[in-house]
Design a protein around this ligand. Structure first.
Ligand code: AMP
Ligand code: ZN
Length: 138
């Protein structure tokens, strides 16, 4: 399904121009318009899936392989020192565009970006409850 009101559907389908680094029948990989770092890219499926909960599993499996390919090309071409793979789901997690996309962010020593969380103490009893809750839902 393509959503005519979705900007990433329009970009992925080529109706809106983008800095495309890769394209095939199912995906387009573009440079982010407001990059966190030099070379920050987004993998967009051409079909519309709002988020991880909606995306087709076969598409997701292919997307993971493509992410590895793009990350490898970045490592070779950009002389980056590391790479973050980020994928946000829901406003609380920072998702601003409701069309599934995977961020591939090259990292450079002293690039001034902060993408890590603040680690907190864990409580063994709470951890046990969480393990039980998640396992029961699988
Ligand atoms: P998220 O916050 O995970 O939903 O990420 C959305 C990303 O899309 C942000 O990093 C934006 O900079 C990027 N973005 C939004 N509009 C465009 C656009 N027209 N072309 C390229 N990147 C875009
Ligand atoms: Zn879309």
């Amino acid at each position: 399904m393509i959503d005519k009101d979705c900007i990433f559907c329009l970009i992925a389908g080529g109706d809106i121009p983008s800095d495309t680094v890769y394209e095939d029948d199912e995906f387009r990989v573009i440079l982010d318009l407001n990059p966190a770092t030099r070379g920050h890219a987004l993998i967009l499926p051409k079909q519309h899936y709002a988020d991880l909960f909606e995306i087709d599993e076969e598409v997701l499996a292919k997307l993971a392989v493509l992410a590895k390919k793009i990350a490898g090309a970045m490592k070779e071409s950009l002389a980056c020192d590391g790479i973050n793979i980020i994928q946000n789901n829901g406003a609380a997690a920072g998702q601003s565009v409701r069309h599934f996309h995977l961020h591939i962010i090259p990292r450079y020593e002293n690039d001034g970006q902060k993408m890590l969380w603040i680690p907190r103490e864990s409580d063994p009893e709470v951890q046990k409850t969480l393990v039980e809750a998640i396992r029961a839902a699988l």
